[in-house]
Design a binder for this molecule. Structure first.
Ligand SMILES: [Fe+2]
Length: 163
């Protein structure tokens, strides 16, 4: 038996990916070196893939798959906090913000029904990965960060011709 609260928690994670997509879209115009662009674009791709993964279970259990404008607005609000930062500062700041998401996801997975666990555990691994990639980027290791993200993608982004 899946409770209403458990369904809402999965829907909350789904909206978290909507937030993530809006966040990386808004980040794209702020950092323009080819490596920065490729990392941000790959993270955007990861959020999209994970949103699609969660959409399956939200839909299966009768939840609302509409993408919330509020999630997008919150993401744009967060962007205003990083828009004047250097790449190093912004990526370090994003590590801290992702840790908060991850704490919430870990809380949700604890009481989730078994049927949700494979996807939810995957989501936690994905947050771990974003944190590791952002940490590498904040240490000047953009290429390693890109590889880490690209390895997780079902549809990795090809390197642009100008690379
Ligand atoms: Fe995410």
């Amino acid at each position: 038996m899946i409770t209403e609260q458990q369904k809402q928690e999965v829907a909350e994670m789904y909206q978290g990916e909507v937030y993530g997509e809006a966040f990386y879209c808004a980040l794209l115009p702020l950092f323009d070196s080819p490596l920065q662009q490729h990392l941000i674009a790959s993270l955007l791709q990861l959020e999209t893939e994970n949103k699609a993964r969660l959409r399956q279970i939200v839909y299966e259990h009768g939840g609302d798959i509409s993408e919330s404008d509020q999630s997008r607005e919150e993401a744009r609000g967060f962007i205003r906090e990083v828009e004047h930062m250097s790449w190093t500062e912004a990526t370090a700041y994003m590590v801290a913000a992702s840790v908060e998401f991850q704490d919430r996801y870990r809380e949700i997975v604890k009481t989730a029904p078994d049927v949700f666990k494979p996807v939810l555990n995957y989501m936690i691994e994905h947050e771990d990965l974003i944190i590791a990639a952002m940490r590498l980027a904040s240490e000047g290791e953009d290429e390693k960060a890109i590889d880490l993200v690209a390895d997780q993608l079902m549809l990795p982004l090809p390197k642009p011709a100008a690379f």
